[in-house]
Design a protein around this ligand. Sequence first.
Ligand SMILES: Cc1ncc(COP(=O)(O)O)c(C=O)c1O
Length: 469
Amino acid sequence: MEYSEIMKRKDAILERPVRPIPPDKLADEHRRYAERCKRSIEIFEKAKGLIPGGVEHNLSQNKPFPLAMDRAKGCRVWDVDGNEYIDYLMCGAPIMLGHGYEPLDEKIIGIIREKGPATGLTSEYELLAAEEIIRHMPGVEMVRFLQSGTEADMAALRIARAFTGKLKIIKIGGSYHGWSDQVVYSVHIPRTGNFESKGIPPECYAHTVDVAPNDFEALEAAFRDNQDKGGVAGVMVEPIGGESGAHPVHPEWNRTIRTLCDRYEALMIFDEVVTGFRLDMGGAQKLYNITPDLTVLGKIITHGYPSSGAVAGRRDVMKVCAGSMGEKIFVGGTLAANPISMAACFYALKYMEETDAVARATAYANRLTRALNDLYATRPDLGFFVYNFGAILHYMTTAFFSVDLNAPDALTQIFSRKQVADDYQVVTMAHGLCTLAGTRMYTCMQHDDEALKKTLEVWEYLLSLIPRG
Ligand SMILES: Cc1ncc(COP(=O)(O)O)c(C=O)c1O
């Protein structure tokens, strides 16, 4: 779906009141969900006393309780009560070959048995993994492996400042670049500033310049106005838009950033933690033919095996990680580039290429997008729609991400719209679909006709719960 069409349809959803499930029907769904997930609830009740909030991350649905998973295979996951789900969470994006892909698992099990998990020294797999990434990604000549996307984003900022000698980092509102101090700013929803997290001194944001997505004028002004305030070292970008495309970008957005980075001698940093090896084996940079100076990777590069993160890019830029004492920047980690992660990276990328995993996951995502939009078209009163960037789908039901913060009732709108989206997700979960936060779906090469059929049945049922209006 074209950018202009997505924006038009989002606006149309925002102009309508939300369409909740009637309370009696919703209560039935909650009962059903709780009935079939007794063990998950038990685990959650205990976990709350030991782990703050009872979970470590907010990837899926935590309300009214998070599901505890038992196992995963192909495009399916099973919870601890034995319920089966078609999985569209895919671990939050890393899984392209399908869960438990045996050739990959066999390699890793063999390495653990024969070689042990880690020595703290380098291994041949590190070289193989780096070669594999460099072979695919046009903007990558050197790679530094780290342990998460968050760490790799932090490293990219430091490299950009060290290389350019400049101070400011432009961050696009709504995008997520991990949870480190400088970039937990205007996360999820543009212009929300430091709303997301306490515990960060304002000084940490002092050099983060927040620009709203697709605001071309503000973008240029951010470069211009910061020239005598230390200058712009880099622009950090999710190439398909913030939150993996939940805030899609104008077709000229990335190219304009590239042009301005060149004009003002700043680095363009593509955060390809989700898009790298999911949108294309060469990432968004290859698909859209825009070469960033730095690329941040994570998630898919180890295909679900820990630990997954890398900063990569132009040779001259990356070399600041290896300068002589007093000139180099310090990034690294004890378990970074351990043999298991590196072997997982090498073999995962190799198998993804051999099996044409990206094309297969994309073909399914295209079919699912078409089929869901056909289904939603039977309920024009709702205005729901879905769009996809390859194997990344966004379905829009209440569009809470896109509420305009300038509106006087913005916060009320966001919370009420989010609540209704959460309620819809209780229904999809209770009937066997696992998605990301009720707004996003990732596909893998093993999603099949049966998964598609089941997905449509669940959605048809959900639509039947919402009164026609
Ligand atoms: C675009 C993007 N960058 C960075 C990260 C952070 O990665 P990690 O969770 O491995 O720290 C994420 C995580 O979702 C992400 O989506």
